[in-house]
Design a protein around this ligand. Structure first.
Ligand code: ADP
Length: 635
């Protein structure tokens, strides 16, 4: 027959297939969440329609009140979730239900370990949404009609969750979406009215659309054959959670709301809910997730807050309200000052948004500060997940630099070295008498930091040093000159100035020592030539004969790597070769008349110094040959 097409069968995108398979096998211990996910989607669909109808009132001209209905049929073992939200056109069904439109899905799938327990947490983080239906169903059917389209333009989508789905046109008078799950025979509990009501109670209280289901007494009689009209009752509060007062909201409600907006399966680490009145009038509810999302480092990943204006949902991922270094913060803002027909472009230029952004940024920082002072263990967990992102703060946010610095955590020579647990305040508290600088060292890894020869004098004098070993550290320190009036000092740069911590006699001897070793230093410089910027004696070593440093303003190796990775050419940094005048080897060298011997020893010392910085040797063959020659002199 002309015009009437049968169902088209389409294959799921490969990634969708893989994800479906993984999900069905990983989430079996928490099956009921499928209902939460479907109600959450239905509520988003209503939000979207409310928004679109602002500019196109015709979309809602039938005057029906927004609602979500959860129906069931015990005999057929089905459950149906219907909404009168925005619905989907055929193209939308294909893109939304047949593909996974999240960038980075492939990497995400690669990162899975095969360990079901771990993977189920990761999958939760990924946000499985609609596909979670297949945890409990053999087959899922979706009937949907986009608001504004004709009854004949509705779509029927069916899938058994394996490798394909079918799609065809169908008839549907009312707008919106109905999702019917044909439950697996072992999942009968989900077509039971009591069970359904209790799941809705647990998960849907914060949903601002009424969620209705068949009134309990009706079904308990098991009398489905009569034509008695089924009575529905609203199960949830149906009031936007953030409009209620903090005291009335239970912890579990905050947690569920977080899961709804973030698509995260885990509870949040902490949150902050505030109503601001006065010059600006808005409510914010900000959450810190427990775990970093799989796409935290993906530049194109969605980030930002959900924006509402006077309780009407406007957009997801409004990024203008938080700086990039706080991109892990999730939440909502509901403003009474922004216009209802705002767009992303307008948001970028709106001065109200700027003021809100700085207030919301402060809120987020306050939330973290409180977490660190009041619940240090939780903060430590947070730090392990998001610390590296927060380290972008000092470079990005001049106004809050000091506040962000207060939140930073490091490994130090006195605290835990492996994990970053010490803050700058703790460091300052432990500073030695006479110490007026914050000493730190940037190295390639925590191992090379802890073993660095630069620490020798600090260990001897029992002065704490912060050990930095992450890619971003050198860049970050380029934006931090001081904290609480104390200057930062990179102990591997420039001549070491210990100030009042230096022994008096040593200070007086300094010139004498320099004079004494003047000719040795010149001799080494001639030998090393343009491999070094300078050669000098040093006060920073106690055990090692020599080390390398760089000049105050030269680029360090981490920064160099960042620049090179971004394709920029970087000028070479030449090291300064420092020798320890108190080391017996150096004293011996001063008297060494055998030129060949002198050259061998210096080559070996220079190579060693480079290795202990985590660097490499330019001519490893020559280095080994010279070292072996020296070893052969053992008597
Ligand atoms: P997510 O909700 O995280 O985007 P889902 O897999 O749950 O992922 O859903 C994919 C998309 O399908 C949604 O973003 C939405 O566009 C569409 N969708 C799902 N359920 C509905 C619904 N009830 N009404 C309208 N659109 C829906």
């Amino acid at each position: 027959m002309a015009g009437k097409k049968g169902p088209e069968v389409k294959g799921f995108e490969t990634e969708a297939k893989q994800l479906l398979h993984l999900m069905i096998h990983s989430l079996y211990s928490n099956k009921e969440i499928f209902l939460r996910e479907l109600i959450s989607n239905a509520s988003d669909a209503v939000d979207k329609l409310r928004f679109e109808s602002l500019s196109n009132p015709k979309l809602v001209d039938d005057d029906s009140a927004f609602e979500i209905i959860v129906d069931h049929n015990k005999e057929a073992n089905t459950i149906t979730i219907s909404d009168n939200g925005i619905g989907m056109s055929k193209e939308e069904v294909i893109t939304n239900l047949g593909t996974i439109a999240k960038s980075g899905t492939a990497q995400f799938l690669e990162s899975l370990s095969g360990d079901q327990q771990k993977d189920s947490q990761l999958i939760g983080q990924f946000g499985v949404g609609f596909y979670s239906s297949f945890i409990v169903a053999d087959e899922v059917q979706v009937v949907t009609k986009r608001a504004g389209l004709k009854a004949g333009e509705a779509v029927l989508w069916k899938s058994k969750g394996e490798s394909e789905y079918s799609i065809e046109n169908t008839q549907k008078e009312s707008r919106g979406t109905s999702v019917t799950l044909y439950l697996k025979s072992e999942e009968k509990e989900f077509s039971d009215a009591y069970r359904i009501t209790s799941i809705i109670k647990k998960y849907a209280d914060h949903i601002s659309v009424p969620v209705k289901t068949v009134k309990l007494q009706e079904t308990s009689e098991d009398d489905k054959s009569t034509d008695k009209e089924i009575e529905y009752e609203t199960i949830n509060d149906a009031k936007a959670l953030w409009t209620r007062s903090r005291r009335q909201i239970k912890k579990a409600e905050y947690e569920e709301f977080y899961k709804h907006i973030s698509h995260d399966f885990e509870e949040p680490q902490d949150w902050s809910h505030n109503r601001v009145e006065g010059k600006l009038d808005y409510t914010s509810l900000l959450y810190i997730p427990k775990r970093a999302p799989f796409d935290l480092w993906n530049r194109d990943a969605a980030r930002g807050l959900k924006l509402y204006v006077q309780r009407v949902f406007i957009m997801d991922d409004a990024e203008q309200f938080l700086p990039l270094y706080l991109r892990f913060v999730k939440g909502i803002i509901d403003s009474n000052d922004i216009s209802l027909n705002v767009s992303r472009e307008i948001l970028q230029k709106d001065p109200v948004v700027d003021s809100m952004r700085s207030a919301i940024t402060k809120r987020a920082i306050d939330l973290l500060t409180k977490l660190r002072t009041k619940k240090k263990e939780k903060y430590d967990e947070f730090w392990d997940q998001f610390g590296q992102v927060l380290k972008e703060g000092p470079g990005e946010d001049f106004t809050n630099r000091e506040k962000v610095a207060k939140l930073l955590q490091f490994s130090t020579t006195k605290g835990e070295s492996e994990r970053q647990r010490e803050g700058l305040d703790e460091y300052i508290e432990r500073m030695k008498e006479g110490q007026n600088k914050i000493y730190y060292l940037v190295a390639e890894s925590i191992k090379s930091a802890t073993n660095s020869p630069h620490l020798e004098i600090f260990k001897k004098k029992d002065i704490e040093v912060i050990l930095m070993h992450e890619r971003i550290d050198e860049w970050m320190m380029g934006h931090l000159n001081e904290y609480e009036g104390k200057q930062f000092q990179d102990i591997s740069r420039g001549a070491l100035d210990l100030g009042d911590l230096e022994d008096k006699e040593k200070q007086e001897d300094k010139e004498k020592t320099e004079k004494k070793f003047e000719s040795l230093v010149a001799r080494i410089k001639t030998l090393l030539g343009d491999r070094v910027k300078e050669v000098r004696t040093t006060n920073r070593l106690t055990d090692s004969p020599a080390c390398l440093t760089i000049d105050d303003n030269d680029m360090g190796s981490q920064m160099r790597k960042i620049m090179e990775a971004s394709g920029q050419s970087v000028p070479e940094t030449k090291p300064i070769f420092e020798v320890n005048p108190e080391h017996p080897l150096v004293a011996k060298l001063d008297n060494e008349s055998d030129e060949e011997m002198f050259e061998d020893v210096i080559t070996v010392l220079f190579g060693q110094a480079s290795l202990s910085e985590g660097g490499s040797i330019d001519e490893p063959g020559d280095f080994s040959a010279k070292l072996n020659k020296l070893l052969l002199k053992l008597s």
